[in-house]
Write a protein that binds this ligand. Structure first.
Ligand SMILES: Nc1ncnc2c1ncn2[C@@H]1O[C@H](COP(=O)(O)OP(=O)(O)OP(=O)(O)O)[C@@H](O)[C@H]1O
Ligand SMILES: [Mg+2]
Length: 619
């Protein structure tokens, strides 16, 4: 019975694909004119932000390109003059002056071209690099500040895509695209003008091949846009699937999903391969086609020009100049059309990055932050309404007052909203209605630093950063001494296991603390929190992965840790709740019972029932 499961997996993969692709749409893929306009103006303003500091350098670069363009345009004219005037002068009068003059002019234009090209490459790389540097920092910093709710929506695969493939597209454009674009534009204009000036009739005949070229370019930009979009979609899905599969590698292996994941990945990978292949075919046709038209133009010039020369209407030199210009005309054009894809992907990347940069920070630092002089740790909820999705109210209107120094246990069924309350106190989200305050200051007005100093939340996901144990504990109080770190570890009962590690406090924890057991990670996080010494400490299921002896140990420590601060403890195991001064029973976002544990047990309500069940489970 593996078939239905497979079907299911694919279904999930395809649904994921549809969602991520939908969210990743760019202006080239939208039908809504207003949305397209918004997207374009958004990315233009980001581009403006990137270019603004380099305005002068960019103007200078364009200047260099113009110089280089003129220098390279000189050669065919010089050849023309040499053939039509220089050689006859030598032949008829033995006068070498024109040829010598042309030799000198050739040398000058060659030097000029060399110098300007070199200057251009160095300078443009510098500017491109600087712009990319600023953009990378800005996007990283923005991702850092964006609230938790944003990151819940925006998958890690998409974050990765922003910092990797999107940045890469923009780098490609700044590095080897811009000059193609400007050069090709300049070339088309100057060559057309020069040809019209030196021989209007021949120029007019040559220009007859242009409509063919325009048609080919139009066809290519249309079909390649489609193929390119398909390639980009498939690679986006591939990245998202890859990141998500790797992120859940433990679950993948635990459930023996490797084979199925491999199959799905191979399927997505095949899609991408086909899409890329199609693009390559079109590119090949385009390149060949452009070359063909270039040759056709050459043939036209050769035949018509040759005939004109025979008629004595024009010089051999003019014919030579035209032939040389043909080459200079079509080669960059060919590159330019190839560059179309780079430009498209950079535009798309810019649109998506500008989306991130423009994303509003829901939980923003206040304009005029207030601080708390003398923190007491008094928490107040005033008619707090909250939901993640509008159709599902998690807190319908919660009012709650926790005086400073009180230890409160929050109990209630799964999904009652306990974690939500904890996250609101930590200001991971702002309430949709009502206010939450700390020591009388609305959290929305409170300075970010004060909030982080005063409120610390410990959850089950004990995140350790790549680094040593000591560094991980020190995060609680940057700059703490080794003595302070060891003391914190001793208080929470982590010292012994840390000492037993190969390098003690200097042991590296590796990726997300994968080297430590869940309980050990938790103890390290406890030590970190103890060192941070916040006024309000929130423990959300924080002791649930400890074994009974460790939990006992931590509980003893907890009494010390919680002694003179406000604490909100969320636990399904009532043993942790025993140390609380007050118990709150939460049911569907409402407080149904509130009082000291003994009083609640005596009153015979829900908590009493919970407590009775828990006691039964112990025997
Ligand atoms: N990020 C989220 N997005 C959407 N809904 C959410 C999110 N987090 C929680 N919810 C929903 O909000 C409600 C309350 O969740 P919450 O995590 O606060 O419950 P809890 O009391 O902590 O439960 P548990 O005891 O299982 O930890 C649940 O119905 C849950 O489905
Ligand atoms: Mg919870």
């Amino acid at each position: 019975m593996t078939a239905p499961v497979k079907h299911d997996d694919k279904h999930v993969a395809w649904r994921g694909r549809a969602e991520s692709v939908e969210a990743e749409r760019t202006s080239a893929e939208l039908d809504d004119a207003a949305a397209i306009k918004r997207l374009r103006s958004r990315s233009r303003s980001l581009l403006g932000w990137m270019m603004r500091p380099h305005r002068r350098a960019i103007a200078f670069l364009v200047g260099i390109l113009v110089v280089q363009n003129f220098a390279s345009m000189a050669a065919p004219i010089l050849v023309m003059v040499a053939i039509d005037s220089g050689i006859p002068a030598v032949r008829d009068d033995g006068d070498y002056s024109i040829l010598v003059g042309i030799g000198v002019a050739f040398a000058v234009s060659a030097v000029l071209e060399y110098v300007s090209l070199r200057l251009y490459i160095v300078q443009s790389a510098k500017v491109g690099n600087a712009m990319l540097y600023a953009l990378r920092n800005r996007v990283f910093w923005k991702f850092q500040r964006l609230s938790v709710s944003f990151h819940e929506r925006f998958t890690s695969g998409r974050v990765t895509a922003r910092q990797s493939s999107d940045m890469e597209s923009i780098r490609e454009m700044t590095e080897n695209g811009m000059d193609d674009l400007v050069m090709a534009g300049l070339n088309i204009i100057t060559i057309t003008v020069v040809m019209l000036v030196i021989d209007p009739l021949l120029a007019a005949v040559t220009l007859l091949t242009f409509p063919l070229m325009v048609m080919l370019a139009k066809w290519f930009s249309r079909v390649s846009a489609i193929a390119y979009r398909r390639a980009r979609e498939t690679v986006a899905v591939l990245i998202v699937y890859f990141v998500e599969s790797m992120g859940g590698i433990r679950a993948v292996q635990a459930y023996r999903r490797e084979e199925r994941d491999k199959e799905i990945f191979a399927k997505l990978n095949t899609d991408n391969r086909h899409a890329q292949a199609k693009g390559h075919h079109q590119n090949a046709f385009m390149s060949g086609g452009m070359k063909g038209i270039g040759h056709l133009a050459t043939v036209v010039v050769l035949l018509f020009g040759g005939w004109q020369v025979m008629q004595g209407n024009t010089g051999v030199g003019v014919l030579a100049a035209f032939l040389l210009y043909m080459k200079r005309f079509f080669d960059p054009l060919n590159e330019l059309v190839q560059f179309y894809n780079v430009l498209q992907s950079a535009t798309a990347a810019l649109e998506k990055l500008s989306g991130v940069v423009d994303e509003e920070i829901e939980v923003a630092e206040p304009d005029e932050p207030r601080s708390i002089e003398c923190p007491r740790g008094e928490v107040r909820f005033d008619e707090v309404e909250f939901y993640y999705r509008e159709d599902q109210r998690v807190l319908p209107g919660l009012s709650l007052h926790i005086p400073g120094g009180q230890t409160v246990a929050l109990v209630g069924a799964t999904g009652a909203g306990k974690t939500t309350v904890a996250k609101l106190v930590s200001r991971f989200y702002d309430p949709r209605g009502g206010t939450i305050s700390l020591d009388g200051v609305d959290l929305r007005d409170l300075a970010e630093a004060d909030l982080r100093d005063n409120v610390v939340m410990i959850t089950q996901e004990n995140f350790l950063f790549n680094g040593t144990i000591a560094e991980n504990i020190e995060l609680g109080k940057p700059g703490a001494t080794r003595e302070e770190i060891v003391e914190a570890a001793e208080v929470v009962g982590a010292h012994e296991f840390i000492e037993a590690l190969p390098d003690g406090y200097d042991t590296h924890v590796r990726k997300r603390g994968g080297r430590l057991s869940a309980g050990q990670r938790q103890l390290v996080v406890f030590a970190r929190a103890f060192l941070a010494d916040p006024r309000v400490l929130i423990l959300d299921e924080a002791t649930s992965s400890l074994d009974i002896p460790s939990e006992r140990l931590v509980q003893r420590a907890l009494r010390t840790i919680l002694a003179d601060r406000t604490a909100i403890i969320i636990a399904h195991r009532l043993s942790t709740v025993e140390i609380a001064d007050r118990v709150l029973v939460l049911e569907a976002g409402r407080i149904t019972e509130d009082g000291p544990p003994e009083a609640l047990i005596a009153s015979g309500g829900d908590y009493a029932e919970l407590h009775r069940q828990w006691e039964d489970s112990l025997v």
